[in-house]
Ligand binder design. Sequence first.
Ligand code: MRU
Length: 339
Amino acid sequence: MNFKAIEPVGNKLKILDQRRLPREVRYNEYDDYRDIIESIKTLEVRGAPAIGIAGAFALAIAAQAEVKTDLERLKKILVDIAREIRSARPTAVNLAWAVDRTLDKANHYAGDRIDEYRRILWNEASLILAEDEAMCHAIGAHGQALLKDGDTVLTHCNAGALATGGSGTALAVIYAARDSGKKVKVFADETRPLLQGARLTCWELMQEGIDVTLICDNMAGFLMQQGKIESVILGADRIAANGDFANKIGTYSVAILAKEHGVPFYVAAPTSTFDPGINSGEDIPVEERSPDELTNWGGVPIAPPGVKTYSPAFDITPAELVTAYITDKGITWGKRKGD
Ligand code: MRU
C-alpha cells in the first residue's frame, strides 16, 4: 500500500483527506482534538475502523493539550471530551469502542504522574491502530479462501485501506486473493450519495493494480442477472448480537439482489465492529446526514431548491441475508450458508 489513511506523526495525527480523492492526494496533520472531530464528521477520515483509530488519537491529543491542569482534573475533562468524540458519528461502533477502550486503559493507572497518564492514552491509541492492521491482514488471509481464480466480486462503499489502519476488510480479501496468485476482478458500486465506491474504492484498487470496473448502484441487479458476479464482499459499521448489521446505505438492496440470484453475500469485519451489547439491527442508531449531500454535488445543485429530502447514511441488513462473516478470527457461517 503506498498510502496510509491515518498515521501518528510525532504528537500529531496525519490524515489522508478523503473528501478530495481522487482529484487530489493531500494529507493534513492535526494537534487539536476538535479538528479531528470535524475530520470525522466531514468524512475526511471515514470507515468504521479508521474513525475508531482517529477517535482514540483525538482523546490522546486532547490530553496533551491540557497542560495547565492536574491529573484529577484532566480525568474529568476527558470524560466530556470522550463523549464529544463518540458522538461525532453514531453508527459505527468502532468509534465509541476505541474511545472507551483508550480512556478505560488510562483510568486503570493508579499512579499520580500526569505524563504517564498521557503516555498510556497515546500508547493505547497506537495499539488499537497496530491491532487493526493485524486484523485486516487476518481477515484477508481467511477470506481469500472463499474466492476462486477468475472470480468477479461486487463491493459497495469503501471497506479498504482507506477505511482502516491496514489493508481493509472487504478489500483485504481481494488483496490477499491477488497475493495468493488468484486473478480476481471487482465491480465497485458508485455508492451514492457521497460516492465512496467511485471516488475511493476505484482509486484504491487502481493504486494496487486490481482490475476494477465502476458501476452505478442501480446496475448491480442486472449484472447478477447476467451471471457476471460470483460473490458480494463488503464491510460493516456495526454487527448486532443476532448477526444483523449496519453498512453504507444501499447494502440491504445488494443483499436482497444477491439472495434472489443465488450469489454468496459476505460481510468482512474485525472484532471491533461486533457489538454484543445490541440484540438486533433494530437497535443500531442510523446516522442521518445533511440534505445538501443529496441536493448538491461538488457545490452544484442537482435538485430543485426546497425539495424535501431523507438521507440515512446506513441501512440495516438482516442476518438472514448473510452467507458468511469474514473476521480476523476466521469464517463464521451465516444463515444463507446452505443456499
Ligand atoms: O460513511 P462512511 O464512508 O464512513 O461509510 C463506511 C462504510 O459503510 C464501510 O463499508 C464500513 O465502515 C466498513 S469499513 C471497513
